[in-house]
Ligand binder design. Structure first.
Ligand code: APR
Length: 181
């Protein structure tokens, strides 16, 4: 599979719950109480320890829920990853409600938390491109630009693995990414 940004960004077809990285990123919702898609898969694979950690975060730092674009980190429970970084992508409402900036914030904030915690490898799903309806073509341009900028800002991050569930999604991403190297 292709790689970008000097080999620091890799593209893979798999189930993110099986990725043995320092942090797997969850496409969560603001409640942090789980859901479907990636969120449901991560909570199922990781087990109740993830929900317990999310409840602790809701009881302390984010009593009203995690705002769109923000990110928090928890245990990964039984998953091969060491941590889960939960972030809330924007619901796509046509593209004129600041969705691109909010989606970029998800990638930027997740990578920033990983760097702060001295984590070197992350796996991302295609945030917001499922239930939240973000068109994959637009999301590819936004996410690739945000990832490259975040990697330039955080040289300690060794690998960002972009995990696609379906081959067609990986192909769309590869056609519309805007990495410069
Ligand atoms: N591994 C990797 N990618 C996956 C997996 C998986 N196990 N399951 C789904 N995907 C892909 C989907 O095909 C989609 O391309 O992840 C992308 C994101 O889809 P969603 O999980 O629907 O996430 P999102 O669009 O951000 O919607 C978030 O959905 O599950 C709820 O609680 C969640 O309310 C939140 C909303």
């Amino acid at each position: 599979m292709k790689s970008f940004v000097g080999g620091r960004v890799t593209i893979t077809l798999s189930d993110i719950t099986r990725e043995a990285v320092d942090a797997a990123v969850n496409a969560a919702n603001g409640s942090l109480m789980g859901g479907g898609g990636v969120d449901g898969a991560i909570h199922r694979a990781g087990g109740p320890g993830i929900l317990a950690a999310c409840k602790q975060i809701r009881a302390t730092r984010y009593p009203d829920g995690l705002p769109t674009g923000e990110a928090v980190i928890t245990t990964a429970g039984r998953m091969p990853a060491r941590y889960v970084i939960h972030t809330v992508g924007p619901v796509y409402r046509g593209g004129n409600s600041g969705e691109a900036g909010k989606l970029a914030n998800c990638y930027r904030n997740a990578i920033s938390i990983a760097a702060e915690r001295k984590l070197a490898t992350l796996a991302f799903p295609a945030i917001s491109t499922g239930v939240y309806g973000y068109p994959s073509v637009e999301a590819a341009a936004v996410s690739s630009q945000a990832i490259e900028r975040a990697l330039d800002a955080h040289p300690s991050i060794r690998e960002v693995r972009l995990v696609f569930f379906r081959e067609s999604d990986a192909e769309t991403f590869l056609r519309h990414q805007v990495f410069t190297r």
